[in-house]
Design a protein around this ligand. Structure first.
Ligand SMILES: C[S@@+](CC[C@H](N)C(=O)[O-])C[C@H]1O[C@@H](n2cnc3c(N)ncnc32)[C@H](O)[C@@H]1O
Length: 461
């Protein structure tokens, strides 16, 4: 069973906390609602909707306890889909392909409760799933659901039912680790089984709640304690706090600051604009890095090409009261010239943030890193033209793939010999390598993965 209190970030940076120890209350009503909501969310994800959006819409009006249980179920099933399907395939005669999407989701939901939730007795998980099948008009499948889940109870859901790690590392990592095989193959091409296993374990963890105070950290910690929460530094120079035992909405209402993973915070910290300088953040929505940069800069221009992503960005700026102007613009046609520092936090595969967006692993294709690399190259080359002599350009992603990171930077430097890597040496950040690049690895830090290159235009002094 997953323990402790956790949080998942939504697309807009909104975070909903939940406990891994969600358990039956003795009142079947709320738990039934949570299971039904989780099933609706899974159906939407199956139709191609993003998990955070589907969950945000479906669960926003639920009472907190039911919402946490629904979140544990929906996020948990998506996160461990590969593991669940391996177990279910062994029990369903004829294979999973013969099942309708609705019945497959019901089985995943039931199997997840059997596998992960000690607080839900096996009999309750089975009978609640069978009841849900009947309610959903899947009465003809209720017998199958009952038989398959009972078989799982009998046969178990442990690691011994999966390919052996020594004999079939790819099979073990893909199935027990619940990651697509192409991604496992890709990572194993440049890292050991142990290293990939550690990354996969990090991806399958429920992310804690992290918060960046707008002002003094000690004061923020005091306010969090007064609210009954616990805060401690996330470390590694991120400036973020790990916060437990507190509802994110209560935290945001009472303490000036924003919710942000330390991996993302480290990109903004590493960017390190000149104190009192002008910054342009050209892929800014929903705005976490712009808010962080505004702590040091005199003014930040936060631009994004996406109209629907601008209102949440504006809301975040207004809530914190930061010196940030928001505009709609394409990075290739920057709305400001002559900034001291330009950040392009480009769209990417997001392979560093799979724990926060567990559905992304199933959406991505093996071609995605190359496809994203072409988009990133276009943005980076377009933005470079607006960087003045002596100015700084920071390129960043939340991906872990070399095509999107090191190879992009190498190709850029090759075609732009007037730029060079210039890390912020005065900061002493442990995730900056000897080559001056920032690499935040989930398996090393417990943070979301991130990459950044701080580039100066002009000859070395
Ligand atoms: C990784 S997200 C940025 C996250 C943001 N920096 C933060 O810290 O909250 C990438 C953003 O780039 C935007 N985007 C994609 N292509 C763009 C372009 N050509 N010009 C400007 N923005 C773009 C997307 O709309 C998306 O909001």
């Amino acid at each position: 069973m997953a323990g402790g209190s956790h949080a998942e970030a939504g697309d807009r940076g909104a975070v909903v906390a939940h406990r891994g120890d969600a358990r039956l209350t003795g009142d079947p009503g709320p738990d039934r609602d949570a299971r039904a909501t989780a099933l609706d969310v899974l159906a939407e994800v199956g139709r191609g909707r993003r998990l955070d959006r589907a969950f945000g819409v479906r669960a926003s009006a639920m009472p907190p306890r039911e919402r946490r249980f629904a979140q544990e179920l929906a996020y948990g099933v998506v996160r461990l889909r590969g593991r669940l399907d391996h177990l279910l395939a062994a029990e369903v005669r004829g294979g999973l392909d013969r099942l309708s999407p609705g019945v497959l989701d019901l089985l995943r939901l039931g199997a997840y409760q059997l596998m992960r939730l000690d607080g839900v007795p096996d009999y309750a998980a089975v009978s609640a799933t069978v009841d849900l099948a009947r309610e959903r008009g899947e009465g003809r499948a209720a017998g199958l659901v009952n038989a398959v889940l009972r078989a799982l109870v009998r046969n178990g859901t442990g690691v011994e039912r999966f390919p052996d790690r020594e004999r079939d590392a790819v099979g073990y990592l893909a199935r027990y680790g619940s990651h697509p095989r192409w991604l496992v193959d890709r990572w194993l091409a440049s890292a050991s089984v142990d290293a990939v296993a550690a990354r996969i374990e990090a991806d399958n963890a429920v992310p804690p709640l992290f918060f960046v105070p707008a002002g003094d950290a000690a004061e923020a910690e005091g306010r969090i304690a007064a609210l009954g929460g616990r805060a401690q530094s996330a470390g590694r120079g991120s400036g973020a706090l790990r916060v437990d035992e507190i509802d994110p909405a209560a935290l945001l209402a009472a303490v000036p600051g924003w919710i942000q993973d330390p991996g993302a915070a480290l990109v903004a910290r590493y960017a390190h604009p000149p104190s009192g300088g002008i910054v342009a953040d050209l892929c800014a929505a929903p705005g976490g890095k712009a808010l962080y940069l505004a702590r040091r800069a005199a003014y930040v221009v936060a631009a994004d090409r996406s109209a629907p992503r601008l209102p949440p960005l504006r809301d975040n700026v207004a809530r914190v009261g930061a010196r940030i102007g928001v505009v709609r613009a394409r990075a290739e046609e920057p709305p400001v010239r002559g900034a001291d520092l330009v950040l392009v936090d480009v769209p990417c595969t997001g392979t560093g943030t799979l724990r926060r967006h567990p559905d992304a692993r199933w959406r991505l294709s093996a071609e995605a890193p190359q496809e994203m690399a072409r988009v990133q190259e276009r943005i980076l080359n377009g933005v470079a033209r607006s960087i003045p002599e002596g100015g700084l350009l920071v390129y960043s992603t939340c991906a872990l793939e070399p095509e999107e990171n090191e190879e992009r930077v190498a190709a850029f430097l090759e075609s732009h010999p007037d730029f060079r890597i210039e890390p912020p040496d005065e900061l002493d950040l442990p995730d900056v390598g000897d080559d001056g690049l920032l690499r935040v690895l989930p398996e090393r830090t417990g943070f979301d993965g991130a990459f950044a290159a701080r580039l100066r235009r002009g000859a070395a002094m």
